[in-house]
Design a binder for this molecule. Structure first.
Ligand code: AMP
Length: 125
């Protein structure tokens, strides 16, 4: 996997060089609304540390940072009012997942029936 490249948009958001529509922030985590929402609620949750994807985050980050991150994903979804009706979390890693921003983030999607696991297209078969 390529090394973390600081020249990515989420690194600039974390460092305050680019604005975001912030939903939550603490010492280790930031969450903001996706600029191109795929559902009525579409929030991205990021660790502030420099990890490219779930692959290196889960492997290299301290266990307490990993635990805190996933607890926050749950808490943010709950605070957004999604727990009762349901929501989906997605983490894309690498080319086959079409990851476009190479700073680890999880998508929280909700607010409507989301349908099947992967949007239908010819690549799904
Ligand atoms: P992924 O394909 O998993 O890497 O997802 C990257 C996500 O980042 C996409 O859903 C984009 O719409 C979103 N995104 C890109 N730039 C921004 C930005 N400046 N603010 C909020 N979301 C963004």
């Amino acid at each position: 996997m390529p090394a973390y490249n600081q020249d990515n948009i989420f690194h600039k958001i974390i460092n305050g060089h680019i604005d975001c529509d912030k939903v939550y922030e603490d010492e280790h985590v930031i969450a903001f609304n996706d600029i191109q929402p795929a559902a009525p609620v579409h929030v991205l949750v990021l660790p502030k540390g420099e990890y490219c994807s779930l692959d290196d985050f889960a492997n290299d980050a301290p266990a307490d940072v990993v635990a805190h991150f996933f607890k926050k994903v749950r808490d943010i979804a709950n605070d957004l009012g999604l727990s009762e009706e349901g929501y989906r979390v997605i983490a894309n890693h690498g080319a086959n997942a079409s990851q476009t921003v190479h700073h680890f983030h999880m998508h929280i999607l909700g607010g409507r029936l989301l349908g099947g696991l992967i949007a239908g297209d010819a690549l799904n078969r």
